[in-house]
Ligand binder design. Structure first.
Ligand SMILES: C[S@@+](CC[C@H](N)C(=O)[O-])C[C@H]1O[C@@H](n2cnc3c(N)ncnc32)[C@H](O)[C@@H]1O
Length: 238
């Protein structure tokens, strides 16, 4: 089945699209994102359900009309944001193929992700490095002067990487717009151990930027109380 998945992506997309049409509230959207499975294809978010729920409740109140997600991977957060955005929203996703902290998504998933959009929504999928000036220029051009209502930063989790995303795309928000950062808690060991015990994956450093931002702007932390002390979502209103 695994090898057949590219050929089955369009059929999975049709199945997801018809289920998505019935998912109007936060619970239904969460269930769809975490549980959808067709032909071995899923879109599971790389999130704690408790934390994503709280973020989606905030989005459902706001019904954003212009959304940018940096870091899409399996597509679960993109699906959820798209379903809870305004019926005529413009949603843009940026993800670097084979990028760090999740690995991006293969080209064959494009029809599946396109199926997330409601009939009057517009969804642009950029397979690109968010740090490249051309990518920022492309986002600006797609938005055509329209400010963002919501920005989700969940891509390069190094301190410099997340800062670059914040500094490049944060100015695209309207006053009162919302920026959410994923993984604001320091990673659990072994990332913080030095030497032989450390893994060779890059450590998440979003918490370093978050520590600087959270007191400068109106902010809120969403942290699963039953979690193991990692992940967490930080919200700032600009
Ligand atoms: C943690 S995953 C995103 C998870 C997704 N938001 C979710 O919750 O299901 C991070 C993604 O960021 C992408 N990424 C890493 N560095 C990037 C960069 N510089 N530009 C664009 N995407 C990047 C990776 O390819 C990966 O797919």
């Amino acid at each position: 089945m695994r090898l057949m998945r590219p050929a089955l992506a369009s059929a999975a997309a049709r199945r997801l699209h018809s289920r998505a049409a019935a998912a109007h509230d936060v619970d239904a959207v969460l269930q769809l994102a975490f549980d959808f499975q067709a032909f071995g294809i899923h879109v599971r978010p790389l999130q704690r359900r408790f934390e994503l729920r709280a973020l989606l409740e905030e989005l459902a109140r706001r019904a954003p009309r212009a959304v940018l997600e940096i870091g899409t991977a399996n597509g679960g957060t993109l699906l959820a944001f798209t379903r809870l955005a305004a019926p005529d929203a413009h949603i843009i996703s940026i993800d670097l193929p084979a990028g760090p902290f999740g690995g991006g998504y293969p080209r064959w998933k494009l029809p599946l992700y396109r199926s997330f959009a409601a009939p009057r929504q517009r969804l642009d999928l950029l397979r690109a490095d968010s740090h490249r000036p051309e990518t920022l220029a492309q986002v600006r051009s797609l938005l055509d002067e329209r400010p963002l209502d919501f920005l989700f930063i969940d891509a390069d989790h190094t301190c410099d990487g997340v800062r670059e995303d914040y500094e490049a795309y944060g100015p695209l928000l309207r006053p009162g717009g919302l920026i959410a950062f994923h993984d604001i808690l320091p990673p659990a060991p072994p990332f913080r151990q030095a030497g032989e015990d450390a893994t060779n994956e890059l450590p998440g450093e979003v918490w370093r930027l978050w520590a600087q931002l959270r007191d400068r702007l109106p902010s809120r932390e969403i942290i699963d109380p039953s979690g193991s002390g990692c992940m967490g979502i930080g919200l700032i209103t600009v």
